[in-house]
Design a binder for this molecule. Sequence first.
Ligand SMILES: [Zn+2]
Length: 506
Amino acid sequence: MQSYDRLIELSRERSMLGSVWEALGWDTRTGMPRGAVAQRAEQEAFLTRLNHRMATDPEIGRLLEMTVANPNASSLSEVQKRNLFLIRRGYDLLTKVPEEFAAELTRQISIAYDAWLKAKAERDWKIFQPHLEKTFQMQVHYSDLLMGYLGLSDPYDVHLDGFERGMTSDYYAKMFKEIQSGIVPMVERYAEASKDVQTDFLKRRVDKSTQLRIVESLAEFLGYDIKSEHAMGKLGETEHPFSTGRYDDVRIALHYYEDDFFMPVLIFLHEAGHALYGMNLNREWNYEPVGQSESNGIHESQSRFMENMVGRSPHFIRYFLPLLNKLVQNKFSDMSTEDFTRALNVVRPSPIRGGSDEVTYSLHLIIRFEIEKAMFANRISVSEIPEIWKEKYDRYLGVTVQDDSMGALQDMHWASGMFGYFPCYALGNVFSAQLAEAMERRIPDWKQQIEAGDSKAVMAWMKQNVHQKGSLYDALDLIKNVTGKEASAKPYLRYLKRKYAGLYGG
Ligand SMILES: [Zn+2]
C-alpha cells in the first residue's frame, strides 16, 4: 500500500534524525570543547525546529486518511497496524501543541535548569521558585492542550501518560499504596538489622585505570561488545553517567570514583541494562515506530534488573569478587561474599534518592508522586514545596532534611520540565521482579549461571521476550503477554522480602 509505505518512509527519516541527535548529544556530554556551547545550542535549536516540522508535516495527516480509507487497510499485519497507531498518535499530539508554545517551553526549561543549578549550589529554593512557577504554569497549559484529545480529566494524567502511555494517577496511587504497606515494616526492621554492617572497605582506593578494566570485564560478561572489530558499544567518560543510542551504535558514559569503586560498577550495570535493550531491538523494524523502545517503565526494568537483581545479589558477588581480586592484587581477599553482599544492601533511610537502598527507594518516589499530584490538583503551591518535602521525609523516612539542596532541589526532573517521570522508576522495579519470576520459570538456575560468569541465557531471554518486542505493545500488555499475569507489585515485594530475609533473617 503506497500511502502506508510513504508514512513509514517519513517515520524512518524522523527516527534517523533522532539517532543523529543522539550521536551529537554524546559529543556534547563527553568531548565537546567548552567554547562550542553556543554553537551547539544553535545546532540543537535547528534540529528541534526540523523535528517539529517533520513531525507535523500535513502530508502525514493526508497519508493517514488515505491509508485508513484504503479497502486493503484491514489486511495490514499486526505490526503494520501498530505502526499506524503510533504514527497517528504522535501526529495528533504534536499538532495540538503550537510550534511557538513548544519553542517557548524549551527556552523556559533551559532558563529554569540554569536557575536550578544555581539554587542547588547556593542551597536556596527562592532562586529557583519563580522559574519553577513559570515552568509549572506552562505544564498546566500543556495539559489543557491535550486533555480533550487524550480523554483525560486530571491534568497530571497528561504528563504521566506522556512518559508511560495509558498510566494514570489512580493507577499509580493504588500501586504505591500496596508497595508502601509492604515496605514500611521492612524499613525499620532492616535498618536496625544492618546498622552495624561494615561498609568502610568499599572506600578502599582503586585507581581509575583499574576501574576501567573492571568495567571492561563486566562488559564482556554481559556481551556488551566494546572490543571486537564489529563492536557496537563504546565506553566514555562524563560528569553525570548516561547511555544513549540504538541499533548498531549504543554507548555508555561513566564517572569513576577512586574512593568508591563499586559505584561505577552499579552504574555500569544499570546503563548496560538500558544499552543492551537499545542494541537488541528487532532489526527488521529498524527506525520504524514499532522498532523503538518507547516505554520508560520497561526501559527502567532492564536497568534496575541488572543493577539490583544481578549487581547487588550474592550470586553476582560470588562471580565478581575473584575477578576483582585478580585485578587489584587481592586487595579485597579479606572480605567474604557475605560481607560484600551485606555491605551493598544495608538499609539506611536517607534524605537523598540517588544511590538509596532498595527497601527505602520507593518511599522517595512516593513523596515525589504525592507532591506532583497535589500540585496539579491545585492543593499546594510551588512556594510550599520545601516545607511539605521536609515534613514528608520526616514522616515517611524519619530523616531530617538539612537544607533544600538535600531536599526539594536534589533532582533535576522538575527543572527539566519532567513532571510525571518519577513513577516510571517504580514501574521499572515492579516490572523487573515480575519479569525475573517469569524468566525463572523457564531458566530455574539463572542465578547459578550468573554466578558461573555466564549471562547468555538471561540475556537471550530478555532479548526474545522484551527487547525484540520494541513498541509492539503498551507496557502493561507486554508484561501480561510475557508473564501470563496482570502487572502487579506483588512479585517485587516478594523479591525484597526474600532477599532481605536471606541477608539478615526474619
Ligand atoms: Zn535508568
